[in-house]
Design a protein around this ligand. Structure first.
Ligand SMILES: [Zn+2]
Ligand SMILES: [Zn+2]
Length: 147
């Protein structure tokens, strides 16, 4: 996969388009990424030149450390990425792309804070949202089917 990809926040206020040369992605396990995303790791796609990211609806940015800042949607809170303050490139969060399935992880960053128990979860039981009675019921109350 390569070419033009689109993404954005959960509420739709912030959207972006980016030209990508490949499908490489990576996980960052550092504590700042854990805090910034609320996840056990952050999944990122690196964009070598931040100018390749065209925003439609500008994100807000905050300093997550003295060396880095992160874009997010101030309305819904979606974490959208990362950049070093003096860097040329940036990262976009895999989950904010419209089609995250296009990407493949190729490396672990921030390995000093890696939670090994979360890495290989292949053997865990799986349950689909559209096969989960409580989820189906909640969506039905909202007059919708499970997305
Ligand atoms: Zn939003
Ligand atoms: Zn990190």
């Amino acid at each position: 996969m390569s070419g033009r990809m689109e993404g954005g926040c959960q509420c739709g206020r912030v959207r972006y388009t980016v030209e990508l040369a490949g499908d490489d992605a990576y996980l960052c396990h550092c504590r700042m990424c854990q805090k910034a995303t609320g996840g056990v790791a952050a999944a990122f796609v690196n964009v070598p030149d931040a100018a390749a990211v065209i925003w439609q609806g500008e994100p807000h940015w905050y300093a997550s450390s003295p060396i880095a800042e992160r874009p997010f949607c101030a309305a819904c809170g979606t974490p959208l990425g990362f950049r070093f303050k003096d860097g040329k490139g940036m990262d976009l969060t895999v989950g904010s792309f419209d089609d995250p399935s296009a990407f493949v992880p190729v490396a672990h960053a921030g390995a000093e804070s890696l939670h090994a128990a979360w890495l290989d979860t292949t053997a865990l039981p799986r349950q689909r949202s559209d096969e989960t009675a409580s989820v189906i019921e909640q969506w039905a109350k909202a007059g919708r089917s499970v997305p």
